[in-house]
Structures are given as structure tokens and as C-alpha cells.
Design a protein around this ligand. Structure first.
Ligand code: SF4
Length: 500
């Protein structure tokens, strides 16, 4: 299928009827609060089974390769320190990165938000008179919803990472940082390939089974023609090295290497928090990331490039440095540690909440524990979903234990919960708690309150108090204990003959 043919009939034109394997919404916008979304996800027994199997497999493997390293905790410290230093002096490092990128022949663009970033990519693609681009797996462009923006501008964006391809062909949403199709099993993937591949390019082979090697081979054949045809490639970056203006992408499949080297033009959309001051800082990252994410000692493909090199790779290189709420997070002394995240997904794989609800319930491309702290900070806590995310945790602390850059997610969750409560308008519950605080702060006030309570105790006697006006949410499911007719202090004073 040629580019112009794919323009006439895109994969979205052939969006399948809702069915058992694709009943999820096509965008995260307007997602309900976490408890509602989680309740719906919990009803999906197949998904729960898929998630349990996948997360336990990855977490066990991760534990094995981490145990091999005697200085893992020192490595974690080094990783956390490098990222923290980069964030503390982010402005200087970004300026250094920009000037070295330009010196290497790249064009640097700054994007305040997702819309600006998408517009920049769209204009570059239009200038190349292309109707399609190929993409490396990129959380940042998922965050900006680049594919949808390009599609609205008449350009098809083809995902080339296997799991992203499954999500795209299935008209689905990613549910995991590293394994976006973690909620799918092999037979579901085979159905997606058989139904959808032929509508947007080379069809799946006849008689395709659900054997992983066969599925990977079908994806490879399907993608190869897109790689060879594309004039523009789009990537993110795992790290950006300020001292030389170099970008780094780590991946497992080799599709990224194809996107980064075959097209004439390469556009990399990079969150500003990805900057590392020096190459030395990259050392611990390349040990921490593969072990924490894919449970590998070393990731199979590490691509590093610095600007343009004549006759070698893309001859036009653009880097879009994206803020999109990151400056706001950076301004928060406690919250800024969330920007240390290297998107390894280890916290997702050990989280008992994520394991049961899956990623869609978090209403963002960043699900799991890191999503529960990053989304409310980057997007604010105005919507039901962002307000509810800090509560999407049992606070067991497993996420902090495995985080390679030591982000204290439980602390952040508690802090964010406090902010959500503060943000809510005063209500009867908070008024009652403030009154209790005032009474408990002074012995005389406490004594007076106890005497008043004794009066209530005399009136009510053995009857049960079933509801307190204004405290319906608390007392609808709990009986209020009947106040005693005599307080401990009164009893003590009576027994000892002293004043209460
Ligand atoms: S918060 Fe830590 S464990 Fe979770 S994805 Fe980020 S770096 Fe990995």
C-alpha cells in the first residue's frame, strides 16, 4: 500500500465494531475518577489474569538481576543524585544542551505545551510533503497525543514498537509504560493482527498462530515497508546529554534504530527533565534502567546521536524541548523528585493496585504509582480523575523500594492527598475537625466539652446514635458511640477528691 492509498483509507477509517478485545475508550480525556474506572476494570477477569501473569513475571525477573549486583543501593544513590543535580540547575543544563545541539547541526524548538509541540512536528512533516511518519516508542509523544494531532493534520503516524503497534491496530490505549499492551494476551493479539494489519498495509500471514515468534515476525514484515518508505521519523529520548548535545534512546527490538537512521528527517520530542549534565551521569542510568524495566543486564539497543553527520543517518535533525507542566512540578520542593523518573515501570510491576486495575483506570499515559503522583502535579487537581489519583494506592511502599532513582512515591502521595483536601471548599466534616482541634488544644475547653457530652450521655442512655447532621458520610456506615455519663477526669476527681 502506498502513502497516498493509506491516506485514503487509514486504520481509523476501519475502526472495528466494539467487541471483547477493544471495548476501551479511544482517549484518556474525560476519564472518570479512579474509583469508578477501577471498579469497571476489576470486572474484567481476563484482564486481571493477564496483568497478574505479566507483572509477576517481570517483577520476579527484575528481582533476580538486581540481586546479582552487590552495590545496587549505591547505584540507586548515584542515579538519584545525578537526576537531582540536573533538576536543581535545570536552566543552565538546558541552555548548554541547546547550544551544543545547534553546534552539532540540529534545530532546537521550545514547546510550552502539548499543542505547541504537536504543531511543530506537524509543520516539519508538512514541509517534507509527506503523508506519513514512523515513530519510535515515546511516552512524551503519547503524552502530547501527537498521533491524533498529526491525523487531524492529514498525516498518518505509524507506531513501530511491537506493543505500541498492537495498541494502535487494536484502536486501544496504552496501559503500561514499558509494555503498553500488557492487558492483552497472545490470542487477543493474533486476532488484532489478523483483523487489522491488512487494512493499513501488509496483511498478517495466512494461518497466523499465537506463537510469540510468529506474531513478532508478522509485525516485522508489516513494519518493514513503512520503515523503508518513511521520509520523517519521530522519537523521544531517554536521556539528553548537555555537555555534547547528544540524545540517547534505549530499546529492545531494533525498531527504534530503524526509525532513527533510515528517514531523511528526524524529529525528537524530549521532555525538559530528560537532561543529564555529563556522559558520566549516564553510566549509572544504563545499569539501572534495563534491570529495572525489562529485567535485562543490558538493553539490546542503545542509540546515541549528536546532530547531523553528512552521509550518515538523517540529514535534518530537529529537537523539540517540551515543558507541558514540568516547570510547575520543578517549582515544588518535594514534588520535583517525581521528575527524576526514568520511566522504567518497576513501580507499576510491584503495585498491588495497578496489578488489579490495570493502567487505563489512571486516565493517563503515565499509570501506576508514578502516574498517581506525576499526573496531578503536571495537570493540576481540578478534574475528578486527577483529584482521585493520590488515593489510588495502599501506601504499601513497594514502589519506593524498587524505584531505581529513589523517588519517595508514598511521601508524595500523602502530600498530594493533603493538598487535595485543602483545596476542597470547607464542609461540615472539616469544620467539625477544626472545632475538635480547637477544643482539644485547651484543658478548660476540653473539660467544658466533656461536661456537655455527659449531658448528651444522660439523655441518650443506652440508645444508639445513628446519624449526626453534617457528618453523613462518616456516620451513615458507623454507629456513633453513646457518650459516657461521666468522663475519666470526673471519675478521677471523684475518686481522689480533687477538682476535675
Ligand atoms: S517512579 Fe521510579 S520505579 Fe516508577 S517508573 Fe519512574 S523511575 Fe521507574
Amino acid at each position: 500500500m502506498t502513502a497516498s492509498e493509506s491516506r485514503r483509507t487509514t486504520w481509523r477509517d476501519h475502526r472495528p465494531e466494539p467487541g471483547p478485545v477493544r471495548d476501551t475508550p479511544p482517549t484518556f480525556v474525560g476519564m472518570p475518577a479512579f474509583p469508578d474506572a477501577a471498579r469497571a476494570a476489576l470486572d474484567n477477569a481476563q484482564q486481571r489474569h493477564n496483568l497478574h501473569h505479566a507483572t509477576h513475571t517481570i517483577r520476579d525477573k527484575r528481582a533476580g538481576v538486581v540481586d546479582e549486583i552487590s552495590n545496587w543501593q549505591e547505584l540507586r544513590d548515584a542515579g538519584a543524585d545525578a537526576k537531582q543535580e540536573a533538576l536543581t540547575h535545570l536552566a543552565e543544563h538546558l541552555e548548554e544542551l541547546e547550544s551544543n545541539l545547534i553546534a552539532g547541526g540540529a534545530t532546537v524548538h521550545w514547546a510550552r505545551d502539548a499543542e505547541e509541540a504537536n504543531q511543530i512536528v506537524l509543520e516539519i512533516a508538512r514541509a517534507k510533503a509527506t503523508e506519513e511518519i514512523v515513530k519510535v516508542k515515546s511516552m512524551t509523544t503519547q503524552e502530547t497525543e501527537l498521533n491524533e494531532a498529526l491525523e487531524a493534520g492529514g498525516i498518518d503516524a505509524w507506531e513501530t514498537d511491537l506493543a505500541e503497534l498492537i495498541v494502535q491496530l487494536g484502536d486501544d490505549l496504552p496501559s503500561h509504560i514499558l509494555v503498553p499492551a500488557i492487558h492483552r494476551n497472545r490470542s487477543e493479539i493474533r486476532e488484532i493482527f489478523r483483523d487489522q494489519m491488512g487494512k493499513v498495509g501488509r496483511p498478517a500471514p495466512e494461518g497466523l498462530s499465537d506463537d510469540p515468534a510468529e506474531l513478532a515476525s508478522a509485525a516485522r514484515l508489516h513494519l518493514r515497508e513503512k520503515f523503508l518508505r518513511a521520509k520523517v521519523g519521530v522519537s523521544g529520548a531517554n536521556f539528553a546529554i548537555a555537555e555534547t548535545g547528544s540524545l540517547v534512546v534505549v530499546e529492545s527490538e531494533g525498531n527504534g534504530r530503524m526509525c532513527l537512521t533510515l528517514p531523511e528527517t528526524l524529529v525528537s520530542v524530549v521532555g525538559i527533565e530528560k537532561v543529564l549534565p555529563t556522559w558520566e551521569d549516564l553510566g549509572p542510568m544504563l545499569q539501572l534502567l534495563p534491570r529495572s524495566s525489562t529485567a535485562e543486564r543490558m538493553n539490546p539497543y542503545t542509540s546515541m546521536w549528536t546532530g547531523v553527520h553528512e552521509g550518515d543517518g538523517p540529514q535534518e535533525v530537529h529537537v523539540v524541548l517540551l515543558d507541558n507542566g514540568r516547570s510547575h512540578v520543578l517549582g515544588d520542593r518535594l514534588g520535583r523528585q517525581a521528575l527524576r523518573c526514568i520511566r522504567c515501570s518497576a513501580c507499576l510491576n510491584v503495585c498491588p493496585v495497578y496489578e488489579r486495575t490495570g493502567g487505563h483506570a489512571y486516565g493517563s499515559v503515565y499509570p501506576g504509582p508514578i502516574g498517581a503522583v506525576l499526573n496531578p502535579q503536571m495537570r493540576g487537581t481540578e478534574t475528578p480523575i486527577d483529584k482521585s489519583l493520590p488515593y489510588a494506592s495502599s501506601l504499601c511502599g513497594a514502589c519506593y523500594e524498587v524505584c531505581p532513582v529513589k523517588i519517595n512515591i508514598p511521601d508524595l502521595l500523602i502530600e498530594l492527598r493533603g493538598r487535595v483536601v485543602e483545596q476542597e471548599r470547607p464542609n461540615a466534616e472539616s469544620a467539625a475537625l477544626r472545632a475538635a482541634q480547637w477544643v482539644l488544644a485547651d484543658p478548660k475547653r476540653l473539660g467544658a466539652a466533656q461536661k456537655a457530652s455527659n449531658v448528651v450521655g444522660h439523655v441518650v442512655r443506652d440508645r444508639t446514635i445513628r446519624g449526626v447532621p453534617g457528618l453523613g458520610a462518616w456516620t451513615s456506615a458507623r454507629d456513633v458511640p453513646t457518650p459516657p455519663t461521666e468522663s475519666f477526669r470526673q471519675w478521677w476527681a471523684r475518686e481522689r477528691g480533687t477538682s476535675a
